[in-house]
Each structure stands twice: as structure tokens, then as C-alpha cells.
Design a binder for this molecule. Structure first.
Ligand code: BEZ
Ligand code: FE
Length: 289
């Protein structure tokens, strides 16, 4: 076979004709087509191609049990959000990226408990209901939450100053499908920048910051789980999230209350902030169009 610039693509596509199954063949041929198109467009030198391979090698070498640099790469290229959105349920609360900090199980907590084990930040109440898309409450649904502290660090990033489980909780909705917990308002924070993905952002002149948010995974039997965030409406970077994860429906006003009586009812001190966030879960089998 005469292997030249114009015959290369067909030769490789043909080599996958007998792949184990149709899906494998489709994926391998699509990867080949898009990769070849990329190379024909960019026309890298041999040295540039070696640099690209060195970069991906370093991304792999930075992965271990507590760090996933490939996920970070997928995040900053917007691919995580694209796949999340394509696979989301058409009805129900919108999903967003899982992120790398759900690496430990959240401790089981009672409704109304605080997930802030330290104190010091702005007191915050988060409350809402878990329902199906027609607003029928889902009692006994699980609501798994995790967040960074008021300085922008997760417990696993500061094992010397934060107790394990700080900023995390696993709740069950009550007989009306409602949940609520106490916490502190999380801060915006930078994604890890001490690896090759950080260098990529730096060389592109991009900032590494994420707007303040609380992560949620909600689950109820017979329904599709949702992995999502609540974004603090007045946080910096709400319009320029480094991982493109903000959706309008997930931005929530963490409204300030100075009402001492209301604060006492929630077991916090005024002034405090209150975020209301209802979660709607689509029935199982409800697929993206
Ligand atoms: C996070 O929100 O925890 C996160 C998401 C994507 C990349 C880095 C962090
Ligand atoms: Fe986060």
C-alpha cells in the first residue's frame, strides 16, 4: 500500500472494519477521522508532536488515587460538561460536573445538622424539596452534599486543619420530600494548577477559578440520580467558570436574613444566608433526546 498524506486516512479506517462490534468500530473510526483532520489542519512539526505526547504522558503521571489530571483536562476543555449535558434527563434538575473532590463518602447526618464542623464563616441554611418533574415529593430521597470552606479548601486538601467530613453530609428527605442543613457560605477557589493542566491554563492566559458552589448528588428509587451544583449568585467567576459548569437554572440567591427570630428557628445566628434549592428527578428510563 502506498502510504501518503491522502491515502493514510482510508488505510487506517479500513483497518478497523473488522472491530469486535459496531460501537467499537464507530468510535475507533471517528477518533481516527477527527485526529487526522486535526493534524491536517494544524500540521505539527515532529518536535511539536513529541511535546504533545510529553504533555499527555505528564497528565497520566499526575494521576493517582487522590488526583485525576485527565478528568481535570477534560473539565477545562469543556468535554466533561458536554458529555454530562448530552446524558442529562430532559426533565428535571440540570446536571453539572462531579469534580474531583467527591473522593470520600459523606457522613450520614440528620436533617438540620450542620456540615460545618469548625465555625467562623458566614452562617448559611440550605433547604428545599426533592420531587419528580410533576412536583410530587419524594420522601426518603438521599441528598449527598459537599463543599469547600469559606477559604476555598475542601477537607481533603487541608487534612491538618479540617476534620475529615467537614463540609460533607448525606441527608434523607422527610415525609414531605424536604431536606435542610446548616453550613457556611463556600468561597470561590482555583482548581489544582500545580500540574500540566495548570500550565495549559497559564499558557492560554486563562484563570483557574471556579465560582462558589455546593455540590449535590440526589437519588431516589425509580428515578434518575442527578449530580449537580448550586452556585452562589453573587460569587466572582459565575460568568467565567474555569470548567464551564455553570447553568443558569443552578444559580441561586443566597439571600441574607437579619431576622434574629428566623435565625434562632434554624439554629444559626443573624445575619445569615439562606439558599433555597428544589431538586426534580426524572423517572428512570427517561433518556436525553
Ligand atoms: C469541583 O468543583 O470540585 C471541581 C470541578 C472540576 C475541576 C476541579 C474541581
Ligand atoms: Fe467544587
Amino acid at each position: 500500500m502506498d502510504f501518503n498524506e491522502s491515502t493514510t486516512l482510508d488505510a487506517v479506517l479500513t483497518s478497523f472494519e473488522n472491530a469486535a462490534d459496531d460501537r467499537t468500530k464507530q468510535v475507533l473510526q471517528a477518533v481516527t477521522r477527527h485526529l487526522h483532520e486535526l493534524v491536517r489542519e494544524v500540521r505539527p512539526s515532529m518536535r511539536e508532536w513529541e511535546q504533545a505526547i510529553a504533555f499527555l504522558t505528564e497528565v497520566g503521571n499526575r494521576c493517582d488515587d487522590t488526583r485525576q489530571e485527565f478528568v481535570l483536562l477534560s473539565d477545562v476543555l469543556g468535554v466533561s460538561m458536554l458529555i454530562e449535558t448530552m446524558n442529562g434527563a430532559p426533565a428535571g434538575t440540570e446536571g453539572t460536573v462531579l469534580g474531583p473532590f467527591h473522593m470520600v463518602d459523606s457522613p450520614a447526618r440528620e436533617l438540620g445538622d450542620t456540615i460545618d464542623l469548625i465555625g467562623g464563616g458566614t452562617p448559611c441554611v440550605v433547604s428545599g424539596a426533592v420531587t419528580d418533574p410533576s412536583r410530587t415529593p419524594l420522601p426518603g430521597a438521599t441528598v449527598d452534599v459537599w463543599q469547600c470552606n469559606e477559604d476555598g479548601f475542601y477537607d481533603v486538601q487541608q487534612p491538618d486543619t479540617q476534620p475529615p467530613g467537614n463540609g460533607r453530609g448525606l441527608f434523607h428527605t422527610d415525609h414531605n420530600g424536604r431536606y435542610w442543613f446548616r453550613t457556611v457560605v463556600p468561597s470561590h477557589y482555583p482548581i489544582p494548577t500545580d500540574g500540566p493542566v495548570g500550565r495549559l491554563l497559564h499558557s492560554a492566559g486563562r484563570h483557574p477559578n471556579r465560582p462558589a458552589h455546593i455540590h449535590f448528588i440526589a437519588h431516589a428509587p425509580g428515578h434518575r440520580s442527578v449530580t449537580t451544583h448550586v452556585f452562589v449568585a453573587d460569587s466572582p467567576y459565575v460568568d467565567s467558570d474555569a470548567v464551564f459548569a455553570v447553568k443558569r437554572s443552578l444559580i441561586v440567591d443566597f439571600a441574607e436574613s437579619t431576622d434574629a427570630g428566623e435565625a434562632a428557628r434554624y439554629g444559626v445566628t443573624a445575619p445569615f444566608r439562606h439558599a433555597r434549592f428544589d431538586i426534580h428527578l426524572a423517572p428512570e428510563g427517561d433518556q436525553a433526546p
